[in-house]
Design a binder for this molecule. Structure first.
Ligand SMILES: [Fe+2]
Ligand SMILES: [Fe+2]
Length: 190
């Protein structure tokens, strides 16, 4: 067998070692011997991601209810669909915090400051679309950075964020399309 110290190939533990290690420190749940991340730091980061997703749920839900004006029905439906998808993200992130031994922070107190995205103040349909587009672009940037940050240290957290990122990019694209449809010209360079 290759010596793990003299080869660049990742080392694979034998089954007996895996079984022995898994029985030690069982109170740590999924945070096992091979977890190379910092669980506390990961939980802290995910609390901010959770707040971001909650704010997105609230903003899209409010927009879906408050949107009025010409051709608002299709936009309302789009906002509501996004609100539901943000809620799925919210649940996924909360579950991951729990798996890592943390307590997901749903406290409304301080929510806006924990979140990367903003709740918004838009009073008309086009401004709502713009606010959502900006919020999605913030989320996309934030999650891309986090995916690189977690790398191979915490593949499960990274994979979860990759899945969320794909949906956030779709959301940004949907908002961009709506903006083009309502303003008649692309706001972003193609
Ligand atoms: Fe989301
Ligand atoms: Fe989104």
């Amino acid at each position: 067998m290759d010596n793990p110290k003299t080869t660049s190939k990742p080392f694979i533990s034998d089954i007996e070692t895996l079984r022995k290690r898994a029985r030690e420190h069982i109170a740590n749940g999924v945070v096992t011997f091979t977890y190379q991340g910092n669980a506390e730091k990961t939980i802290e980061i995910l609390q901010s991601v959770l707040a971001t997703e909650i704010v997105c749920v609230l903003r899209y839900t409010m927009h879906a209810v408050a949107a009025t004006g010409i051709s608002s029905d299709a936009v309302k439906a789009e906002f509501m669909e996004h609100a539901k998808e943000e809620q799925i993200h919210m649940n996924e992130v909360a579950e991951r915090i729990n798996q890592l031994g943390g307590k997901p922070n749903f406290d409304p107190q301080g929510l806006a400051t924990r979140a990367a995205s903003e709740y918004g103040t838009a009073g008309n349909l086009v401004d709502m679309i713009k606010e959502n587009l900006v919020a999605e672009r913030i989320a996309v940037d934030h999650y891309r950075e986090l995916i690189r940050y977690f790398g191979n240290d915490d593949p499960a957290t990274r994979t979860m964020l990759e899945g969320i990122l794909v949906v956030e990019e779709e959301h940004a694209n949907d908002m961009h399309d709506l903006l083009v449809a309502h303003e008649g010209h692309p706001m972003l360079p193609s």
